[in-house]
Design a protein around this ligand. Structure first.
Ligand SMILES: [Fe+2]
Ligand SMILES: [Fe+2]
Length: 278
């Protein structure tokens, strides 16, 4: 059956977070909990513009319109895919077609895991690994895996010219209002949301980690001293929120795993769907 999104995403315009750097926002209602989830991506409009992750299929029209309001398709020189989850590759085929001058930056694992679904034009691809850099004309982007992730292929990106870090799925949190800034969220709710996002959205393996090794992975990213952290699933983190977010990450191996919504919640969803007018 063809996929037709029933819950349209909520329109929020792109947000400039640094010179030439824009978060493409997409927000949708969370399933079974009274929260909203962001599904963001990033555009850097430098000398050789780059699109970092490609949004969701459900938000295709708005996502393509937002991205190409910032950069002409033929000017896009790079498309970076952090990993192969549907909320990061939702419009990959569309941008690869629309942007004939773009090179697709990914790695072996993305291609290996996703080639059952997408025919990679290998002559247009480039592989990068953790710790490597690539140049996009007026800046160097370094590849650093975020401390928590939900695919082994996950690669984050650090822009050495602006200090903006793309954290992919790390720092995920639900928000009670689709337009909410993290500064408007009280700390306890944010901390709880990050715990839920980490366990049930990103990294259910957290209780198994060696805290010393986990802290070392966090240190690698914290020591970048990012000016701003952008995440696919959180409003932008700036200022004191960055240190607080890293501190919260360090607690996660020790917290009790939150329970995800169970069958009773699904029963409610089914009942609500049955009662809704056609
Ligand atoms: Fe993911
Ligand atoms: Fe994601």
């Amino acid at each position: 059956m063809a996929f037709e999104p029933k819950a349209p995403t909520i329109d929020i315009d792109p947000e400039q977070v640094a010179p030439d750097t824009f978060v493409i926002h997409s927000v949708q209602k969370a399933v079974g909990v009274p929260l909203f989830v962001q599904l963001n991506s990033l555009v850097i409009k430098g000398r050789e513009p780059i699109i970092i992750d490609t949004g969701t299929r459900a938000n295709r029209t708005k996502w393509l319109s937002d991205v190409f309001s910032l950069v002409e398709p033929e000017d896009v020189r790079w498309i970076f895919v952090s990993h192969e989850d549907s909320d990061h590759v939702g419009n990959l085929e569309q941008v690869m077609t629309a942007c004939p001058n773009a090179t697709l930056v990914c790695d072996w694992a993305v291609m290996e895991r996703f080639s059952n679904f997408f025919e990679f034009p290998v002559e247009r691809c480039r592989w990068v690994e953790h710790g490597e850099s690539f140049d996009i004309g007026d800046r160097t982007l370094r590849v650093h895996r975020p401390p928590i992730f939900d695919s082994p292929s996950t690669h984050g990106i650090f822009d050495t010219s602006t200090g903006v870090y793309w954290a992919v799925d790390a720092f995920a949190t639900g928000i009670p209002d689709a337009n909410m800034d993290l500064h408007d969220l009280n700390y306890d709710d944010w901390a709880e949301g990050m715990g839920f996002g980490a366990f049930d959205g990103v990294s259910a393996w957290l209780p198994q980690v060696d805290p010393k090794k986990f802290n070392a992975a966090i240190d690698t990213i914290a020591n970048l001293k990012a000016s701003c952290i952008t995440s696919a699933h959180s409003p932008v983190l700036r200022d004191t929120l960055i240190d607080r977010a890293f501190a919260r990450l360090r607690e996660l191996p020790f917290i009790e795993a939150p329970l995800p919504p169970g069958q009773s919640v699904l029963d409610d969803i089914i009942a609500a769907a049955a009662a809704a007018p056609e």
